[in-house]
Write a protein that binds this ligand. Structure first.
Ligand code: HEM
Length: 257
């Protein structure tokens, strides 16, 4: 376990798998998500399971779990394969020995997977790069804002700087969601069996209600961000490590074949 001591508090990084399980599963109720996480991510993720705790998290989680039950891997796997096929076409165009940003391409492909599996839409190239740029900007400003908050300094300029790129990403996603809500309202049903449809159809067995439009936007923004940036970083770093080990590249290629 690593420890980072700062004036505003101490941050612990837990890497031991049995401890991670203890914190995230066994004793999850004793380790709620920090309020700082909510304050920082709220401009981008709204009020969604990534940052909520207690009864709010439990209700949201019951509904999100149902959406994932409906959109089984079997159904969404072909959409993931299409994203990879599109990535290979893009890579063919730059495979002439030039250097290129692998991180941006990994972000593009994982964001495209999210678009296809959550929304049944393909990600337009202009949107892909503007999401990538906006998220980099958001991360930069959020890091500054989080340091200030840890020192108990409330800075409007720092928070405003986070809000602008966050709104850019939320606008792209909420336009698609608004269109779907309108389609369902007009026709009474959704022809698409994706995660958005699952989120709209899920009914809470306890309260008997569904996600509102605003709650759906928050959960989709959260899933989009939580799902693509993490996987993109893991892929980019894997490729970086593989680039240093030609022997492992050969083994991996054989294993895949
Ligand atoms: C390499 C890939 C990934 C990494 C390293 C990663 C890491 C994490 C971490 C550290 C948390 C926080 C746990 C906590 O504090 O409670 C989390 C939560 C979450 N992640 Fe991921 N994640 C990855 C991929 C994904 C994908 C692909 C999705 C969705 C399609 C996803 C959706 C979520 C959700 C919904 C939560 C919140 C769960 C809850 O609190 O109920 N993640 N992830």
């Amino acid at each position: 376990m690593g420890e980072i001591r700062q004036p505003g508090g101490t941050v612990f990084m837990v890497n031991e798998p049995s401890w991670v399980r203890h914190i995230l599963v066994g004793e999850a109720r004793s380790f709620p998500k920090h309020d700082l996480m909510h304050q920082l991510l709220e401009p981008l993720l709204g009020v969604s399971i990534f940052t909520t705790n207690g009864a709010i998290w439990e209700r949201q989680r019951r509904l999100v779990d149902q959406a994932f039950e409906q959109a089984r891997l079997q159904l969404v796997f072909p959409a993931m394969q299409e994203s990879v096929a599109a990535l290979l076409l893009r890579l063919d165009k730059v495979a002439d020995g030039r250097d290129f940003e692998v991180d941006g391409e990994m972000t593009y492909v994982t964001a495209d997977v999210m678009f296809r599996t959550i929304l049944s839409e393909t990600l337009a190239e202009a949107d892909a790069y503007s999401i990538y740029e906006s998220f980099l900007l958001f991360q930069k400003h959020a890091q500054r804002a989080s340091l200030l908050l840890m020192y108990r300094i409330w800075s409007w300029p720092a928070r405003f700087a986070c809000r602008k790129p966050a709104q850019m990403i939320r606008r792209i996603l909420s336009e698609i969601i608004a269109r779907r809500f309108e389609e369902v309202k007009q026709s009474g049903s959704s022809p698409k069996l994706d995660i958005l449809n699952g989120l709209m159809q899920a009914v809470d067995p306890v309260a008997g209600d569904r996600f509102t439009y605003q709650e759906t936007v928050d959960q989709v923004c959260m899933l989009f961000l939580a799902g693509h940036e993490t996987s993109a970083s893991a892929l980019a770093w894997s490729l970086y490590l593989l680039s240093h080990r030609p022997d492992l590249q050969v083994r991996m290629r054989e294993e895949i074949r």
